[in-house]
Structures are given as C-alpha cells and as structure tokens.
Design a protein. Sequence first.
Length: 393
Amino acid sequence: MKIILNPGREKSLLRRHPWIFASAIISVDMEIVPGATVDLLSSEGKFLARASYSPISQIRARVWTFEDESVDKDFFRRKIQTAIELRKMSRVENHTNAYRLLHAESDGMPGFVVDQYKDMLVLQSTTAGSDFWKEIIADVLVEETGIQNIYERSDVDVRELEGLKPITGVLRGTSTDPQLQITEYNLKFNVDIQHGHKTGFYLDQCANRQRVGEFAKDRDVLNCFCYTGGFSIHALANGAKSVLSVDSSADALALLEENIALNRVPADRHTSIEGDVFQLLRKFRDENRSFDMIILDPPKFAPTAAHAEKASRAYKDINLLAFKLLRHGGVLFTYSCSGGIDAALFQKIVASAALDAGVDARIIQHLSQGSDHPVSLHFPEGAYLKGLVCVKG
C-alpha cells in the first residue's frame, strides 16, 4: 500500500519530521484500513518512509521508520528496548519509581504514551496507527519490562480527530485498583490512574517539583492549579512557612490531603481552596494579599497554534496577577504545557505581564520536561513543556 506526495512536499520527510498532512498527498491506494502501514513515495515514486495511515485526521500519515524495513512485532520490540535503555541512561530511577517509558514521536512511536508507575504500566493510544498495533505493543511491553499489569487510558479528546472512541480499562493483567502509591525524591504520592489527569500524575514535572522545594524554605507559597499537590508537598517538605493550594477539583484536593498525611509534612502550614484560579487571584489582589513564591501550572490553554491568541490572553492574565501578588524578591515558577505556545512566545507573554504589572523581573532559570520525556531533534513539537523561574525585583 502506498501514498504518493505532491511535488515538493517531501521536504519535511527529508528533514525526518514524522508527520504528513492531507494537503501534501496527491494519491492514496484504495481501501487502506485505518492504522495500516503504508509506504510514502515522492511524486517521482521514490521511497521516503513507512508510516501509519489515518484517513480522517488532517495528519494523514505518521512515520514509523525512514528506512525500507518491515514494521512488525520485532520492529516495535527494538523501539521499546531502545526507549527502556534511554531511561536507564538518564538514571531517572535514581529519584523516582514513576516515569514515562514511551514518549510518542520522540521515541519513534507516534500515538503511544506509556507511563510506568512502579509495577503498573498505563498506556494511552491517540491515533489510528497506535490503535492498530496496540495489542502487539502491550504484549511486547509485558515481555520487555516484566510488568504484568497494563491499564489503558485512551480517553483524550485528540482521539476524536482520528475518528476513535474513548477506551479505558485493564489491557493486560488483573489489577483493578484505581489508586497506586509512587515515590519521588523520597516523597510519596497516591495516584489515581483511572480518573486522574493525563495517566494519573504529571510525571513531566518531577525535577521541577524538586526545584520548587529548593526555593521553598521560610517562604509563603501559593500553588495555583495544584491538582493533587505535587508542588505543595515538595514545598512543605522543604520548610515552607505556609502553602496555599488552589484547584477547581474537589477530588484532586481530597487526594492532596491524603498526600499530606502520607508524607507527614506539617499540615498546619497548609490550606487548600476549591475554586476558579482566575477569580481567586483577583480576589487575593483586591484583598492586598501577598506571597513569597507563586507556582502557576495551568492546564493546556492552547493545544494547537490556532488557539494561541486566546491562550496568550489567559497566560498573560494569570502571570500579571501573580506578579502583583508577589512580594519584593519573590519567586514565580510559571509554566505552559500548550503545544500552540512555543518557548519564545511564552517568554514574551510573561514579559508583557510583568510590564503591565509595573514590576521589574528577571529570569533565573528556564525549565522543561524531564529526561524521561525526550525530544527528537527532528520533532520540536515534542518540547511541549515550557517553564520560567522569575524573581521580582
């Protein structure tokens, strides 16, 4: 089965970018099953890559390999073995027993996200191609990791763009316990893999949570969009004077309280508030409240570049309010996980927020996702998490 590209549209593949959009295609073999493997050919008939086919998505093909090789169980075994070795090389297990094992395109596995939580794997399939190979991948994961239990969390909105329905449930093994306990830098966290955000926990922020802890001693901390309290626990464990955690989810805050008890950090220094962060930040401003450190880790405001303008206003709004609430010498940890907002734009947004807030601020560190979330040099979209540590002058 083959797909022929329009003249000149092979340039991205020659740069080893793994996506082919519908507009780049001149002809497609009839009756290609969704997710099936196809050859991508130039307009002159030259082999370019082997990819999965998605007849509904605007990203019509996602590359498995740029070599003329078979895409089969052994092929995926080699990919998974390479991914496992990369995590060993980065020594992620030195500080946590929960990390990303497969990071989609950046590990040469488009559509697949697999997170390891101690002795449980959580798999997320987002494309027709990953759904096509899901059962084979599950078998190989069990064989290569020795982990018998795999839970599926293929319930993200992006599946709709592929014409796929949400799927959740046990994929391999028998474990049905929705809650697991993981460790991170000697701290413990309960994780709800069935109902929690992403696959249950924000594994990409692991090193950044430790960094927050390093700044937290003797500071009054405000943690916005706190979810189950990763940043809050690290701050409390490292001597924060007080921590105020804000989130719109009562369930997340309940799990946060469990995590506080689990780690025996000083609960009397912690307060949580359920509510809308935007409204509460304005309320704190009107009450003349202030903090020594503020953490902004909002959900994805701009999943694609088409949402960038609206998202930019939201990012600017919360960062402006944060600068107003920070005391002199205060530290702002601010993040964007939006694919539609690149690092340069995010920095401009935060700079504009500081300007409108009438404050002087300096960036002392740029932050990103952990080493278990690698970024292919040919797929810059994989660098989705942007973070800045700013100090208010």
